[in-house]
Write a protein that binds this ligand. Structure first.
Ligand code: FUB
Length: 312
């Protein structure tokens, strides 16, 4: 009976998660993935850890883009955006996400702001998913001094933007703080004030850390994020894009090759994919990371199965 039960659990688990060849990008170090499906192509926007990054600090100066029609073969679309595009940026190409609206592509990035010292959120715009991108407003969209919930200057990390069915756009972000704000239809200005969500156990479990990824499926809003440090990926759900959020558990437990993970989830050609980074390329690690993709199926009740990193 014990053998039958364990083989049943094994079969159920592996039928829900498909362990592909990972990392999917092997020609350089990539991190902080964000996906965008446009015209039957999946675009993958990533941070870019430099080959000479030390073992204990990030070295990132630009963002890369890749495209695929099968989620396996990825075409290098180059470096459509660098921190130098933002004249106000003092460097550091932290996590970012690109979204499409009304014929334009808006790439929301977190980078150091030399005019209001600390990490800030900027937005670049292009007519094409692969650029060229230019600074949309000439200054940060959210500066370090607009948010005070966390006690450090890098709390404005990791923007995720979601446009709801009624056309309202929401931006979530935050390190050791989880903020949200509505965006105006122009996608380059804030609509109303910024809200900091209390990091309660009920909303986020034991420890929300950073890297939120917001999306909607079958009328349920999913907020996927990195928890604890070293990180694991957890998620919460709500029936409203602004919460209240209910903690749903862990998607990916800690991995051994990187202290951060950073999630994205996308549906493409009828399948669902969990996108993240580990440090499994040769000479890789927490500051020389690599983007990975795992195909998975939602459980019947809409919950997300456990997905294990292939480098563990
Ligand atoms: O890449 C720099 C930071 O590491 C990101 O902003 C975080 O989400 C973590 O992945």
């Amino acid at each position: 009976i014990k053998y039958l039960l364990s083989s049943l659990i094994f079969t159920m688990f592996f039928s829900m998660v498909c362990y592909a060849d990972n990392p999917v990008i092997t020609d350089c170090y990539t991190a902080d993935p964000a996906t965008l499906v446009y015209n039957s192509v999946c675009y993958l926007y990533v941070g870019h850890d430099q080959n000479d990054a030390p073992d204990n600090a990030y070295r990132m100066k630009d963002w890369k883009c890749y495209s695929s029609t099968d989620m396996v073969n990825w075409k290098d679309e180059g470096i459509p955006l660098t921190t130098s595009t933002f004249q106000w940026s003092g460097g550091d190409a932290n996590a970012a996400q690109c979204v499409y609206r009304n014929g334009k592509f808006y790439w929301y990035v977190s980078t150091h702001d030399k005019t209001h010292p600390g990490v800030a959120i900027g937005v670049a715009v292009s007519d094409s998913p692969t650029g060229p991108f230019k600074d949309a407003i000439g200054h940060a969209l959210v500066t370090n001094d607009m948010t005070t919930y966390a006690s450090h200057s890098w709390d404005d990390l990791d923007p995720t933007v979601f446009i709801d069915d009624d056309g309202q756009a929401y931006m979530y972000w935050g390190n050791n703080a989880c903020y949200w704000v509505k965006l105006n239809n122009d996608m380059i200005s804030l609509n109303g004030s910024i809200t900091a969500i209390p990091l309660t156990i009920e909303a986020f479990g034991p420890d929300y850390e950073e890297a939120p990824w917001l999306y909607k499926r079958n009328g349920i809003y999913y907020l996927v994020y990195a928890a604890c440090f070293p990180e694991r990926i957890a998620y919460s759900t709500s029936t409203n894009p602004t919460g209240p959020w209910k903690y749903r558990g862990i998607i990916m437990p800690n991995i051994v090759t990187s202290n951060t993970i950073h999630p994205a989830i996308v549906d493409f050609n009828g399948s669902s994919y969990f996108v993240y980074h580990n440090g499994s390329l040769p000479n890789g690690g927490s500051y020389r990371r690599s983007v990975c993709i795992q195909k998975f199926s939602y459980n019947a009740d809409g919950t997300i199965p456990t997905i294990l990193d292939t480098s563990n």
